[in-house]
Design a protein around this ligand. Structure first.
Ligand code: AMP
Length: 430
């Protein structure tokens, strides 16, 4: 029978690689805590409408990449509901913000999340159908200062710090402003006008986007399209005075704290909810899928999904890509030592139970202990022990009676006798 494999675009994360994942997540949690973010965990599936109304019907994510199904009604009175595996987490966080009336505190909400997201994309290196994001959002009523450019700069500075603490160097921060909700229509009109002429020369996707959502043309990655796209009007020329000042203040605050950035007028990002500041951190080591993380402001998102006015800014980092980057840099922190401190080898069935008790004592003393099998011959115990641990503790009849253990260090070959009461201490020593 053919063995069943993980579904396309999904994969298992195995030790020791999972150590690196844990290290990344622990570093993120540590940094977020210093910036006073708290963790939020939202459901993995949501009402499909949530994504249609926030991410946008015309985006690639909503139009072709979502895992959506009609959930069967359990009772006649219940309506079947369309549900979707979350393709991103900002919409869920803002939904929760509204549902739990978090804005009523009058304070900014600073929330972070870590978890899987799902998109039916063409899998390749750094792009999966189940992938993991580490993200954060700062959201609140305007009276709490949620629109302040300082918030944008603080989030970007936090990201520079986090990447630094992860040991990721050589990143580039691309920055842009896509303007406010009122700047956008003027720009889109100008874009549509310019696209009338060049759209026929662009790829099929862009020809469709030119009709349905012209901003998305700027996301196009097809090399042949680039010279034409370069000629399109730039959004910076359409920003109103407020958006201009806001963006200038973000840039000045970043300069003040020494976070380098590159202005990229084409950075509109693949989700409709963004307003004003948008950004992306890229890393050359990642190849085609070079974005480590992306984010931006979403001043109208809460209202778009039926909530109060609650401007916000946030980002999502691709944890899969952080792992790839660290592996490529070969600076992955040495994961948990591969070898256990000791392998306890009961030398017969009669010693098995007491060997388990001894292992329990040593583990409670903080040691990493592997427990052997009393049915093994001594030669096999040595072979297995040598693969799993730095030392072997022989536990035979003699040791059981005398209470003096025989310990052999595999590296040095030295063999010592240690009273059971002193064993934990002896093994703790280097
Ligand atoms: P987005 O939610 O599209 O703004 O993406 C934010 C970040 O999530 C990207 O910069 C990537 O690092 C990561 N990401 C997005 N889609 C995928 C995917 N299919 N596989 C792996 N990482 C992804």
């Amino acid at each position: 029978m053919k063995a069943i494999q993980a579904a396309r675009g999904t994969r298992d994360l195995l030790p020791p690689e999972t150590e690196l994942w844990n290290h990344i997540e622990a570093t993120a949690r540590r940094v977020f805590a210093r910036y006073c973010f708290g963790e939020i965990r939202t459901p993995i599936f949501e009402d499909t409408q949530l994504f249609a109304r926030s991410v946008g019907e015309e985006t690639d994510i909503v139009s072709k990449e979502m895992y959506t199904w009609e959930d069967r009604a359990r009772a006649q009175s219940e309506k079947a509901q369309s549900l979707t595996l979350r393709p991103e987490n900002t919409a869920g966080v803002v939904r929760a913000y509204i549902e739990h009336k978090l804005g009523e505190s009058g304070l900014l909400q600073k929330l972070y999340y870590i978890g899987p997201q799902f998109r039916r994309e063409r899998p390749q290196k750094g792009r999966y159908r189940q992938f993991y994001q580490i993200g954060a959002e700062v959201i609140g009523p305007t009276s709490a200062g949620s629109e302040s450019p300082l918030r944008d700069a603080e989030v970007l500075e936090m990201l520079a710090t986090l990447l630094g603490e992860l040991g990721i160097v050589d990143w580039k921060l691309y920055l842009n402003s896509v303007g406010s909700a009122s700047d956008r229509p003027r720009y889109v009109l100008a874009l549509q006008e310019a696209l009338k002429e060049i759209a026929p020369k662009l790829c099929a996707d862009c020809q469709r986007r030119a009709q349905t959502n012209p901003l998305r043309v700027l996301d196009c990655k097809i090399p042949e399209d680039q010279p034409f796209i370069e000629t399109l009007p730039k959004i910076a020329e359409f920003l109103d005075a407020n958006s201009r000042v806001h963006f200038a203040q973000v840039c000045a605050a970043l300069d003040a704290c020494g976070v380098p950035f590159i202005l990229n007028p084409r950075l509109v990002r693949g989700l409709d909810y963004y307003t004003r500041t948008t950004f992306e951190f890229v890393h050359a080591g990642l190849g085609a899928q070079n974005a480590l993380l992306g984010g931006g402001r979403y001043d109208g998102l809460s209202e778009a999904i039926g909530g109060p006015k609650a401007p916000g800014i946030g980002f999502a980092m691709g944890a899969d890509r952080l792992v790839l980057t660290l592996q490529a840099q070969q600076e992955a922190p040495s994961a948990m030592p591969r070898l256990a401190d000791a392998y306890i080898a009961p030398l017969g069935e009669a010693q098995q139970e007491q060997a388990l008790v001894l292992a329990r004592e040593l583990r409670q003393a903080g040691l990493r202990v592997e427990l052997g099998d009393g049915n093994f011959r001594i030669k096999k115990s040595f072979e297995v022990g040598n693969r799993l641990a730095r030392r072997i503790v022989l536990f035979g009849e003699e040791e059981a009676q005398s209470g003096i253990m025989t310990v052999k260090d595999f590296a040095s070959g030295a063999q010592t006798k240690v009273p059971r009461a002193e064993l934990a201490q002896a093994l703790q020593r280097k």
